[in-house]
Ligand binder design. Sequence first.
Ligand code: NDP
Ligand code: HSE
Length: 436
Amino acid sequence: MEAVKIGVLGLGTVGGGVVNILKRNAKEISRRAGREIIVTCASARDITRERICDTQDIELTTDSLEIINNPEIDIVLELMGGTTLAKDLVLQAIDNGKHIVTANKALIALHGNEIFVKASEKGVMVLFEAAVAGGIPIIKAIREGLSGNQIEWLAGIINGTGNFILTEMRDKGRDFADVLAEAQALGYAEADPTFDVEGIDAGHKLAILASLAFGIPLQFEKVFTEGITKITRADVEYAEELGYRIKHLGIARKTAQGIELRVHPTLIPAKRLIANVDGVMNAVLVQGDAVGPTLYYGAGAGAEPTGSAVISDIVDVVRVLSGDPEHRVPHLAFQADAISDIPVLPAEQIQTAYYLRLSAEDKPGVLADVTSILAKHNISIEALIQKEPLEGNTRLPVIMLTQTTLEKEMNAAITEIEALSTITGSISRIRLETLG
Ligand code: NDP
Ligand code: HSE
């Protein structure tokens, strides 16, 4: 059979990784796909730049339209990033009857609903395994491997850059900016790294996972996001003392009222496997009613781990090219006419436990005032530690762990506690999940 021809939009970290793997493992990949796969053309902004891959047999262009309008191309890989040009090119390529493989989570989270409608009209596939958790085949796991389950919740470390920063800061005491610069040099970070450190990238990925898990439309705008920039060394140390690790988690949970979608730093019991996922590694814990808890672990970013996921999608497309289009796996795991409108809950209705750190005056009655405010809001304290004041300081750091409560009640309690004259500054609040 004739070779399948690929056109690549963007030949940077991921594009370069894909080309390298396709070349190195060509034989093994075509044994799986049933056909030879070749990259014939690729676009980049500057085609004179040195690449991480060999481009000898690839026609390079700065004009991506040349690729999507090329009748020879069967599959377009969108690996350039962004949501403006990338969206226009993907929609145009679909119009031209091309199958799409992308690693672009922002594109899928923001415009996936529209893209999938167009793809269904045109009868082409749009696959995005690399968009979540780099090399971990989490999308196929949820979409196919767990299709017999009602998924109850999932929680994941789904940003490699953020986890790399937190790990280096905790283990080596390194500076935030310094580690971020290294993550950028290693090709882990987004073009705009605030997406990584402010939780936006993880929010995009969570929106995708939640759609696949619960059969709901992509709704990034409803994801509550909080980044890692406010975590202090003191919080990391106090958490460890209490038997917890701080990880940046994306959590999606189905409740009787609706679906929680949230990304934030989270205390997790140190003994949980996921609490020990370090560096650029990612992990996703999925709880299904039939299978129970399952955990998926692997590199969350980088050229070849991400390339591995992109190629798994290419192989799926190639297999289908030779099969029956009616039996394709649906874009969002559920059949398009079975997508449900279960509401996504507003942040105030999230239910979780909390770690609180406050700075209190060292005199009788202060803690009683704090605990009575918590009690008024039905918030029970699980643990409380009062530290010695640092030298030359009359204020005591007080650390509390609470039981599960409504975010709305916690917001109100924090406002009241911060207004006490005996409490200085703002309260540091980190959500806590036992993931049991
Ligand atoms: P890079 O910045 O390394 O590569 C982007 C590529 O796109 C570059 O080759 C760039 O050209 C090209 N490009 C950008 N704009 C244009 C344009 N207007 N016309 C033609 N080419 C263009 O990004 P990554 O490879 O890191 O990321 C690509 C996508 O994969 C993003 O959506 C990202 O979120 C996603 N992703 C990245 C992962 C990673 O580990 N890096 C992991 C998972 C997903 P030039 O080289 O000339 O600048
Ligand atoms: N910037 C992303 C991360 C790339 O660090 O996780 C992988 O999606």
